[in-house]
Design a protein around this ligand. Structure first.
Ligand code: BMA
Length: 327
């Protein structure tokens, strides 16, 4: 392997070999979707969700829209990363500051582990969407911190280690509604309260990523740079179509893009990606990566309704990005 994952070995992540007839750099789990829309009694849909390794098992924070179509975050656990037990009641964040304790809504979580703490970031309603942050050690108790940014912002994704001595995050400034624009920016913070050193990372461009883009799973550290899967949106005559592609960012200056896929990696093609509450959406929010073998499992929301998994292998993926890159 020329390109390697820098990180822990996770031999028990979900995996399925690439089908013999597949020529793509990424392939879907044959039993997708892994989480149905009605996995818990109150859910209308369970999608755009984040999973992490936890004590030889897996834990996660799940986006569950309820039957009033309010957007909530729920904890979940799994032994194999494929069969999930999702808590029936939403997470009740402990907010040390009562001005933050009025939970308006939460969606599109990401979870990253730094040292011994898990950090949840999500799109948090605070007079408009912004980036909420909470910490947990056990996926039972969650302590909410200050919002990272002013509204309006979405797709806040923390890096799994400090960079230049600071916490680091990608995000996508936006507006109140179904934003028709959006670039990915990078920000740093010494203390998770004050964020600054904002740098532009990537703008939308051409075709599948022409309307807006947003970071997906927590970046994966590799010998070729930070491997970032990100969604890109095309405006069709029938509305938005969500795809995803990938980029490599400089390890110490992650606002510098080293490579970026010109074609998408995945577009909505399967029935469960094309038909649902919002048709034609694939939206990745998490990835598990095994440094020993280079295996990567990507979790993505399908049609804003259910959750699917796809697989790739780090060396092949990075070669694909480098060979199909346009900056
Ligand atoms: C975005 C977010 C995502 C959603 C997508 C497609 O703006 O709301 O949660 O998956 O739209 O509806």
């Amino acid at each position: 392997m020329t390109h390697k994952i820098i990180g822990p070995s996770l031999p028990n992540i979900p995996w399925q070999d690439k089908p013999a007839n597949c020529s793509e750099a990424i392939w879907r789990y044959e039993h997708n979707p892994i989480i149905p829309r009605d996995a818990i009694p109150r859910s209308n849909s369970i999608f755009n969700s984040a999973v992490v390794p936890f004590e030889n098992e897996f834990r996660g924070v799940f986006r569950c829209d309820d039957k009033r179509r309010e957007m909530w975050l729920h904890s979940g656990k799994s032994k194999d990363g494929l069969t999930w037990e999702i808590e029936h009641e939403p997470i009740k964040f402990i907010a040390p500051n009562e001005e933050l304790s009025n939970f308006e809504y939460g969606y599109d979580p990401r979870v990253t582990k730094i040292d011994d703490l898990y950090y949840v970031t999500w799109c948090n309603g605070y007079h408009g969407p912004t980036i909420g942050i909470a910490t947990t050690t056990d996926f039972k108790t969650y302590t909410q911190l200050e919002n990272a940014f002013l509204p309006y912002n979405r797709n806040g994704v923390m890096f799994p280690r400090k960079i230049n001595g600071n916490y680091a995050m990608l995000s996508r400034p936006s507006d109140t509604g179904h934003t028709k624009f959006g670039d990915i920016f990078y920000s740093e913070s010494p203390d998770l309260v004050y964020w600054g050193k904002h740098r532009h990372v990537m703008a939308p461009r051409g075709w599948w990523q022409s309307t807006k883009i947003g970071a997906g799973p927590v970046p994966i550290e590799t010998t070729a740079g930070w491997l970032v899967f990100y969604h890109g949106v095309l405006s069709s005559c029938n509305g938005f179509v969500y795809h995803y592609g990938a980029a490599l960012l400089d390890l110490e200056q992650p606002w510098k893009v080293l490579a970026r896929t010109e074609p998408y990696l995945m577009s909505p093609q399967k029935l469960y990606e094309c038909v649902g509450d919002v048709p034609n959406v694939v939206f990745p929010c998490a990835a598990l990566a095994d440094s020993a073998t280079g295996k990567i499992a990507i979790y993505y929301g399908c049609a804003d309704t259910v959750t699917g998994v796809a697989f790739c292998e780090v060396n092949e993926m990075i070669e694909f990005i480098l060979n199909n890159s346009k900056l």
